[in-house]
Design a protein around this ligand. Structure first.
Ligand code: FES
Ligand SMILES: [Fe+2]
Length: 547
């Protein structure tokens, strides 16, 4: 039984401010800010918004051609003359580093007969020459040369500079805005930076960058990462260490924040009978925290599920029934245990199955060591999430371990960091599609439409990791595109998050299909637990209703 409490406006269990009060270190002001979205009317969003080409076209005209949006990271174009093609639907812009600390962005189209100036990202250009007839511009956008200029006597070179779009910088990212009348970026972003004082993004490097096409609308995709409400059904394996329903949600102008406490069990477990730990629990055998059923991966990759009342059933890794008395299983648990594993886990898996490892896999039976302190921190976070305790000291112990892991990189700075910032998932959304995680978490997401197809989107996950500030800034990871049919373990640089994404993105194409199938014309969102999505749609309403 999940917790359903009716007649209240918050979940039972510990309030986030209480956890902050129990913190072993001083808590900064920004964590204490309390700015809930007004409850107002229920948020009921038209289904059409996610599936229709007409709505997509409205978003292009009213939103994307006018709003500040993250185009790239500065380290994607580290040298003068480097450029990046930023595309959204059928819009295309060229972001150019024109000086050591100067960036410009142009409409990516030649002024002669319109060819894309660049179809790919590039390095150290001295100028921008169109590949069709050779019209050429200087990096600063002024016209350099027109072949056979005598044939264009009516063309005034002074009026032939590349049209620019506005550019701004935040946290090492480049934002652009095609609207010449757009409000200043500083006004748009507000005081978002004030949440990032301990470890600003400028002091991190781009450690990983993975992109993938998803078969769902861009809003379906990002909304799956804007609340902790889905954890109880989509990520049941972590309920013992995540206080999902007690997440705190706040809105601040054009950005919103969610904080999900870790190291505290989910309120959904409060009614679940105590069970003895499984003596032979493993990465492939687990008890379902809610139902108590035991999920045991078999050597052929199927999952044997035994319910509390002793019925058994065999299921595919996607949770489809194969045989047995038990007819239903949790697809996300099946996928977690029997789905694709990361390389290190895969070694365990093959050993379990008794596969003979190839002779040249030196050291293959060692668990792959974390390569950096940041990865080490992630590992500890995962261990913490698995701790079945509601003892406040779990958070303190977990934070201390993470502090130790970060000390080689960040030095004594870690002693200023509260337990909350080390334990908890703090995730922001800057309207419309930029999702930087707070504190010491490395994650940044971006979501956007894929071409003009409202049923497809591009999801990117970027890791911005700390590095020793007395050392050289490591080079930025290039974008690793994985195929639309790959699962996220094709990007092992994401670590355990790849497997969590597999659970999230298992839902997404099925949401899109359901949106086409539904008889209802509106979706409904929780007043508090889906605050960030409600806030997003309020802002979107404002944008599309503007003249
Ligand atoms: S289209 Fe670019 S030079 Fe002709
Ligand atoms: Fe998720």
């Amino acid at each position: 039984m999940t917790e359903t409490l009716t007649g209240t406006d918050r979940s039972a269990g510990v309030a986030y401010n209480q956890l902050l009060a129990e913190d072993s270190h001083p808590v900064p002001e920004y964590l204490l800010r309390d700015s809930p979205l007004d409850r107002g009317e229920p948020t009921l969003v038209p289904v059409e918004r996610y599936i229709s080409r007409e709505w997509h076209d409205i978003e292009i005209e009213k939103l994307w051609k006018r709003v500040w949006q993250m185009a790239c990271h500065e380290d994607d174009i580290p040298d003068v003359g480097d450029y990046l093609v930023y595309e959204l639907a059928d819009l295309s812009y060229l972001v150019v580093r024109v000086g050591e600390e100067e960036f410009k962005a142009y409409y990516n189209a030649c002024l002669h007969r319109g060819r894309l100036l660049r179809n790919e990202d590039g390095k150290r250009a001295r100028d921008l020459r169109c590949a069709f007839h050779g019209w050429t511009w200087n990096l600063d956008g002024t016209l350099k040369e027109i072949p056979c200029q005598w044939d264009f006597p009516y063309v005034n070179p002074d009026e032939q500079s590349l049209p620019e779009v506005k550019v701004a910088r935040w946290g090492g990212f480049i934002f652009i805005n095609p609207d010449p009348d757009a409000e200043p970026f500083e006004d748009f972003v507000g005081d978002l930076e004030s949440h990032f004082t301990l470890l600003p993004y400028e002091k991190r490097y781009k450690e990983a960058h993975v992109a993938k096409v998803l078969r769902c609308n861009w809003k379906v995709a990002q909304e799956a990462f804007m609340e902790a409400y889905h954890v109880v059904a989509t990520h049941p394996q972590i309920l013992a260490g995540i206080c999902d329903a007690n997440s705190k949600y706040d809105v601040f102008g054009n950005y919103a924040r969610a904080i999900t406490p870790n190291g505290v069990p989910s309120p959904h477990l409060s009614n679940v009978p105590e069970e003895q730990p499984l003596p032979d629990a493993s990465p492939f055998k687990m008890r379902h925290p809610l139902t108590g059923a035991i999920y045991d991966t078999q050597e052929d990759g199927t999952v044997l599920v035994t319910s509390r009342d002793g019925r058994t059933g065999l299921f595919t890794e996607g949770g489809v029934w194969i045989n047995g008395d038990l007819g239903e299983a949790d697809p996300h648990m099946c996928q977690w245990l029997a789905g694709k594993q990361l390389e290190a886990d895969d070694e365990l898996w093959r050993k379990r199955r008794g596969d003979i490892l190839p002779a040249d896999t030196n050291g293959s039976d060692e668990i792959v060591e974390a390569e950096s302190a940041a990865e080490e921190m992630d590992k500890r976070m995962e261990q913490m999430a698995a701790m079945p305790s509601n003892d406040a000291s779990v958070r303190e112990i977990g934070a201390a371990a993470i502090r130790d892991g970060l000390r080689p990189v960040l030095g004594d700075l870690v002693d200023n960091v509260p337990d909350a910032e080390l334990n908890d998932s703090i995730y922001f959304t800057l309207f419309p599609n930029f999702h930087p995680w707070g504190s010491f978490n490395r994650i940044v997401y971006r979501f956007r439409p894929n071409g003009n197809n409202p049923d497809e989107s591009i999801m990117e996950c970027i890791y911005l990791a700390p590095y020793p500030q007395d050392g050289e800034r490591p080079p930025a990871a290039p974008i690793h595109w994985i195929d639309v049919d790959d699962d996220w373990t094709a990007a092992p640089e994401l670590g355990m998050l790849a497997r969590v994404f597999n659970q999230d993105t298992y839902n997404l194409p099925r949401v899109q299909l359901g949106l086409h199938a539904t008889k209802k014309d509106r979706l409904q969102f929780g007043n508090y637990g889906e605050t960030k999505i409600r806030h997003f749609h309020q802002l979107l309403d404002n944008w599309v209703s503007r003249e």
